[in-house]
Design a protein around this ligand. Sequence first.
Ligand SMILES: NC(=O)c1ccc[n+]([C@@H]2O[C@H](COP(=O)([O-])OP(=O)(O)OC[C@H]3O[C@@H](n4cnc5c(N)ncnc54)[C@H](OP(=O)(O)O)[C@@H]3O)[C@@H](O)[C@H]2O)c1
Length: 325
Amino acid sequence: MRAITVPQPGGPDALVWAEVPDPEPGPGEVIVRVRASAVNRADLLQRQGHYPPPPGAPAYLGLECSGVIDTVGPEVTGWAVGQEVCALLAGGGYAERVAVPAGQLLPVPAGVDLVDAAALPEVACTVWSNVVGVGRLETGDTLLVHGGGSGIGTFAIQLGAALGATVLATARTTKHPRLRELGAAHTIDYREQDFVEEVDKATDGRGADVILDILGGSYLGRNVAALATGGRLVVIGMQGGRKAELDLGALLTKRASVSATALRSRPLAEKAAIVRGVRDEVWPLVAAGKVRPVVDRRLPMAEAAEAHRLVESSDHVGKVLLTVG
Ligand SMILES: NC(=O)c1ccc[n+]([C@@H]2O[C@H](COP(=O)([O-])OP(=O)(O)OC[C@H]3O[C@@H](n4cnc5c(N)ncnc54)[C@H](OP(=O)(O)O)[C@@H]3O)[C@@H](O)[C@H]2O)c1
């Protein structure tokens, strides 16, 4: 089969579509013939040599895919050859075939095209487990989503709105109309506005109950300032650095919490539990049209370098897909 390889870590042109050995299904795994994968921010780091796959994961890039089950390995029940699926991966989506632990497979939600389904697993699992699981978002809460135009952000806005929260989102101004269409009640240009002030205005001084943050260090103090009493800050990205000073007094006064999680390195059983939760609680919202894949564009897998350049520029809204065949 062919896969995107990285013979030498570096810029987008380090990505090479090359012949590699076929994957074999281990116990509890299936082989998926890939129809599409999606570019995640983490893939850019892996390409540069900064984010190696966890032990046992496929060596190639790609944290999610859609496609058709091609082979069912030993000890797998409930899945059959020929079924259309999408999957959460620890790696290997940028390829013609990939071995997937059966617990990380999802059916393609009703009404979603097989290619577009590749836009869903990583964002659905990350956003649902952090916003609903860790953040305990409830109907009537205010949710602040940083990076509202990202793959993660576009999904978080829709999920928050579908669950009855008031969603505020930060993004550059050009992306605001799209984010409002997706369900954001207020959009904030983080380049020109102070998001703490804007959250304060939008919530009549109450603050945000849940903040989904992708900036990390550079936003820590201001995120705590933007939290409501009892608020939950959930950090899932460190685009603004990994270190910052935290004023525990501010947290203590608000009885607020700060959590941080990563999905890729979790044990298989934890990922399978998240995938089950997404299937039970999020897939019905997708099938009902309340949450949809947001696809900026589709490019052929052989043009992965172009897709990485686009995601690096952040000019996209939602997901950039890489198609096979
Ligand atoms: N922990 C986990 O398990 C997990 C899983 C998946 C993803 N993530 C993280 O989630 C983040 C989003 O991933 P993705 O693949 O969806 O990314 P993406 O589509 O590449 O989007 C990145 C976004 O960052 C925004 N941004 C940059 N600086 C910003 C700032 N100062 N304030 C607000 N937004 C800013 C950009 O928006 P503008 O164009 O508006 O600047 C862009 O939309 C990444 O940091 C990724 O590592 C974490």
